[in-house]
Design a protein around this ligand. Structure first.
Ligand code: UN1
Length: 512
C-alpha cells in the first residue's frame, strides 16, 4: 500500500512513535511498553507507539498547568483565531487524515472524510462561539447594586476518546475547551493511537507558528492505567469521556469521588419507529445506513427497528432485499458499503451476541457470520444481520458494537414509544411518519426519552450544531453545539454595590 506509506509520512507518523506530546515536544521513556496499531482493513501493522509512564504523565500535567496560566490571559476571540487556523490546517490535511482514519479504524473513506469534516465544522462553530460566551445579568433586590454572572475557564480538560470516532469527538471537546480558555490533555483510544498522533502534530504546528506555549494541547498514549491517572487527578477539573457504559460508570465514580466534573457520552441502544404512516423508501435508507454504516460501530447506530404490524412484512422484505445488495470489503474502496469491525475481539463479541440472541428465541431473517478469503484476511469482516426479537431479551437490552439489527413489531404508538424507551440507554431515537400527531407525540414529554429524537431521519449522523449526548446509561453529558460549551467553564455570580451603604439581602438588619 504505497499510498498509505506516503500518507503516514505526510502526517508525521513514524514506525516507532513517542508516548506523549506537549505541544511540539514529543517524549517517552525508552524501554517502556508499546502499543502496535494494526489495521482492521488488511491486518497489517501500521506502526507502534510507546506507552506513557507515570513520569511522562507528570511531565504532561506540569506543561499543561504552565500553559494554562498563559492561555487564560489570551482574549477568547484571539483563542478563536488559533482554532480558526487549526480548522484551516484540517482542511489542508482532510484527505490524508480522513484516509488514515479509514485505514486505522476501518470506516469507509467517505465516513473518514466526513469525520474530518465534523472537525472542521466544530472549529468554525468554536470560532463564532469565542465571541459569544455569554453570561446573564440579573436585577438585584438591593438599590444601587448590580448582579451578573461570568464564565471562567476550568483549567485542564482531560479527554478520553473511543476508537469509533477516533478524531472528531476529541475535536468537539478540544475546540470548545480551547476557546473557553482551557488546555487539553487527550488520551486517544489505544486501538487508534496513530490518528491521535496525526491530529496532535497538526495542532502543535499551529501553536508553534503562533508562539503559543506547549501544553495547550497534549497527547498521552496509554490504556486504562493512564485513564485512571487522569480520572483520579484533582489537577484535572473536567474529564470528558466517550465509550462504553461500563467504562463511563468507572470514570463517573472516580471523578465523582473527588467531586470533579465529568462529561460522559456512553452507549446507545437506538431505535427507529417505522409507523404505518411512514415513507417506506426513505425509512429504508435511514434504517440501513443507521444499522450498517461504520459497521454498526457508532454510538448512534440503529440497533432496533420498531415496525407497525401493518407494514412489518412489506418493510422486512425491503430490508432483506437491501441487505442482499450490500457490498462488504475494503473500506478504502469506495464501491463497498460496509468495512471491517475494529478487531477480532469485536468479531468475537458479535458472534457471541448472535448466539445469545438465538438462545433467547431470536429468528434471523438475514444471517450473520464472519467472512473468509483473500479480501478478508484481517479476520474482522462480518455480515450485517437482522433478527426478529422481543424487546425484553437480555441481548436486545445490551449494546453490541456490531451490525446486528433487531426487529420488533408494534400495534399502537403508545406501545412503540414504550418499547423505544424500554432500554437502559437513552442516546438517539427516530420516528418515520408523515402524520403530524404521531411526530409531535414522539417529540413531546411523553415521547422519546433520549437526548436526540428525530423525525424522518435515522438515528445516526447528527450535525455538530446541536448538543450531542443522551440520558440514562448514556451518561447525561452534552458535547458539541448549542450551549454545550458551559460544561467547559465555571460560572461565577458577581454582585457589586455602588451605593454608600451596605444593605443586606433578605432585608436583614445588622447595625453596629
Ligand atoms: C459516536 O459514535 O461516538 O451522530 C459519535 C453521529 C456522529 C457522531 C457519532 N455525528 O452519528
Amino acid at each position: 500500500r504505497a499510498d498509505i506509506q506516503s500518507i503516514l509520512k505526510r502526517l508525521g507518523i513514524e514506525p516507532n512513535n513517542a508516548a506523549y506530546s506537549t505541544g511540539s515536544e514529543w517524549g517517552g521513556h525508552s524501554g517502556s511498553n508499546s502499543i502496535d496499531s494494526f489495521s482492521p482493513v488488511d491486518g497489517e501493522k501500521i506502526a507502534s507507539v510507546k506507552v506513557a509512564s507515570q513520569a511522562d504523565y507528570e511531565t504532561v500535567i506540569a506543561n499543561a498547568q504552565e500553559a494554562f496560566i498563559f492561555w487564560r490571559t489570551v482574549p477568547s476571540p484571539k483563542r478563536g483565531e488559533i482554532v480558526r487556523q487549526f480548522g484551516d490546517a484540517l482542511r489542508q490535511n482532510k484527505e490524508a487524515l480522513g484516509t488514515l482514519v479509514s485505514y486505522e479504524m476501518g470506516k469507509s473513506l467517505q465516513e473518514g472524510f466526513g469525520e474530518v469534516q465534523e472537525m472542521i465544522d466544530i472549529c468554525d462553530f468554536a470560532v463564532g462561539l469565542s465571541r459569544q460566551l455569554y453570561g446573564l445579568t440579573m436585577h438585584s433586590e438591593r438599590p444601587s447594586h448590580r448582579m451578573y454572572e461570568q464564565w471562567h475557564p476550568l483549567g485542564i480538560v482531560g479527554i478520553i476518546s473511543a476508537f469509533n470516532f477516533p478524531v472528531a469527538v476529541w475535536s468537539w471537546n478540544a475546540a470548545l475547551a480551547w476557546v473557553c480558555g482551557n488546555v487539553c490533555i487527550w488520551k486517544p483510544s489505544e486501538k487508534t493511537p496513530l490518528t491521535g498522533i496525526a491530529c496532535q502534530k497538526i495542532i502543535a504546528d499551529v501553536l508553534k507558528t503562533n508562539d503559543i506555549p506547549e501544553g495547550v494541547s497534549s497527547l498521552i498514549i496509554g490504556d486504562r492505567v493512564i485513564g485512571e491517572m487522569m480520572t483520579n487527578d484533582g489537577r484535572v477539573p473536567l474529564i470528558s469521556a466517550t465509550g462504553s457504559t461500563r467504562m463511563g460508570k468507572a470514570v463517573g465514580a472516580a471523578v465523582g469521588a473527588r467531586l470533579g466534573k465529568s462529561l460522559l457520552e456512553l452507549g446507545g441502544n437506538n431505535a427507529i419507529i417505522i409507523s404505518e404512516h411512514a415513507d417506506l423508501d426513505m425509512s429504508l435508507i435511514g434504517a440501513v445506513f443507521g444499522a450498517v454504516g461504520t459497521a454498526g460501530q457508532r454510538c448512534t447506530s440503529t440497533r432496533r427497528l420498531i415496525i407497525h404490524e401493518s407494514v412489518y412484512d412489506a418493510f422486512t422484505a425491503k430490508l432483506v432485499k437491501a441487505y442482499g445488495q450490500l457490498r462488504i470489503g475494503d473500506p478504502l474502496d469506495q464501491h463497498n458499503h460496509v468495512g471491517p469491525l475494529i478487531d477480532t475481539d469485536a468479531v468475537a463479541a458479535y458472534l457471541n451476541s448472535i448466539e445469545k440472541c438465538k438462545a433467547e428465541g431470536g429468528n434471523f431473517v438475514v444471517d450473520g457470520g464472519v467472512l473468509e478469503g483473500e479480501n478478508y484476511s484481517s479476520g474482522c469482516y462480518v455480515k450485517p444481520c437482522i433478527a426478529e426479537v422481543k424487546n425484553d431479551y437480555k441481548i436486545v437490552q445490551h449494546e453490541t458494537f456490531a451490525p446486528i439489527l433487531y426487529l420488533i413489531k408494534y400495534k399502537t404508538l403508545d406501545e412503540a414509544i414504550a418499547l423505544q424507551n424500554g432500554v437502559p440507554q437513552g442516546l438517539s431515537s427516530a420516528i418515520m411518519t408523515l402524520n403530524l400527531r404521531e411526530a409531535e407525540q414522539f417529540l413531546s414529554f411523553q415521547g422519546s426519552d433520549c437526548g436526540i429524537a428525530n423525525v424522518n431521519i435515522g438515528t445516526s449522523g447528527a450535525e455538530i450544531g446541536g448538543a450531542f449526548g443522551g440520558e440514562k446509561e448514556t451518561g447525561g453529558g452534552r458535547e458539541s453545539g448549542s450551549d454545550a460549551w458551559r460544561a467547559y467553564m465555571r460560572r461565577q455570580t458577581n454582585t457589586i454595590n455602588y451605593s454608600h451603604t451596605l444593605p443586606l439581602a433578605q432585608g436583614i438588619k445588622f447595625d453596629l
